[in-house]
Design a protein around this ligand. Structure first.
Ligand code: ZN
Length: 323
């Protein structure tokens, strides 16, 4: 859709930047289309068929901001397939880190609902493939997109083999992701929602990685770490009000890289939001650098947000209770 923030120039900006920098020495791989069967690991057959049929009919609006264009089924199926291919490569030991930079994003897509620019939940597909097809026992999904990963939460909220830790700006769209929401049934405690106040930046995110993500991940012992890597928590993003910089994303990536190395779990990032093309391109590049080994993890400062979140999650994850 002309003028829509989630548009092809996002990927053009990323690819141009990476091209200039020789793709940072990373190997590029194709993103094959996910089959309906694979998409149906996390979506209902009715949802998958509905998106396909709407695309085939020429496309149309799903809600006021989410569109399914004539090529959208194909694009979304490749985005999911690329994330799944990355999970396969990581679990086969072909690499210890990966980045699936495709669009549209996916973390708002629920089992039967497309919303928030998202048609299929690519990171959820990757996690499901890791478990159902590749024999992973536990997958950690860290979602640092500025918006709540409601779709990923809806898909896994009653499961204890996928742990979702999702950090979002409080009170913004879609309005879910409250701290009290911890999952249900077997999945109680396996959804960790961390709303953060407007203006949060480096200190809040780095301290959350240190005080919450690292101890909880250590206790969960994932076979694979996936990152819902949205970059709309960037200071310059037009859709939200947080204050991260491209350098901060690089530092966060370095921390997650070290965490994965410590736990023996490969780390794969999946692109979500990020609507300032230049900030997005900068941030993807610094994230890839951080994942790829640049920069030592920085010492995280203490913040009230992280201390409160650690105290809250210690009910389910005692490792977060130590100070
Ligand atoms: Zn977002």
């Amino acid at each position: 859709m002309p003028g829509h923030p989630e548009s092809p120039p996002r990927l053009v900006a990323i690819e141009r930047r990476l091209e200039e920098e020789g793709w940072l020495g990373w190997e590029r791989r194709p993103a094959p289309e996910a089959s309906a069967e694979v998409l149906e690991l996390v979506h209902t057959p009715r949802h998958v068929a509905g998106i396909r049929e709407l695309s085939e009919a020429g496309g149309g609006a799903i809600d006021v901001e989410t569109y399914d264009g004539p090529n959208s089924y194909r694009a979304a199926a490749h985005a999911a397939g690329g994330a799944a291919a990355m999970a396969r490569a990581l679990l086969a030991g072909e690499a210890t880190v990966g980045f699936s930079a495709l669009r549209p994003p996916g973390h708002h897509a629920e089992p039967e609902v497309a919303m928030g620019f998202c048609l299929f939940n690519s990171i959820a597909v990757a996690a499901a493939v890791a478990i159902d097809e590749l024999g992973a026992s536990r997958v950690l999904i860290l979602d640092w997109d500025v918006h709540h990963g409601n779709g990923t939460e809806a898909i896994f909220r009653d499961r204890d083999d996928v742990l979702l830790i999702t950090i979002q700006q409080e009170l913004i769209w879609p309005g879910t992701g409250l701290a009290e929401d911890v999952g249900e049934d077997r999945g109680e405690g396996f959804t960790v929602n961390i709303p953060v106040p407007e203006g949060s930046g480096h200190d809040v995110f780095l301290s959350l990685l240190d005080r919450v993500v690292a101890p909880v991940a250590g206790e969960f012992a994932p076979d694979l770490i996936l990152v819902s890597a949205g970059f709309d928590a960037h200071l310059e993003d037009p859709l939200a009000g947080l204050a991260l910089t491209a350098e901060d994303f690089g530092q966060m990536a370095a921390v997650v890289r070290e965490l994965g190395a410590r736990l023996g779990a490969p780390v794969g990032a999946v692109l979500e939001g990020g609507y300032s093309p230049s900030a997005l391109a900068d941030s993807v590049a610094t994230t890839m650098r951080g994942l790829g080994g640049a920069g030592d993890p920085v010492t995280a400062p203490e913040t009230e947000v992280a201390a409160a979140a650690a105290e809250r999650v210690a009910r389910f994850w005692p490792a977060a209770g130590g100070s």
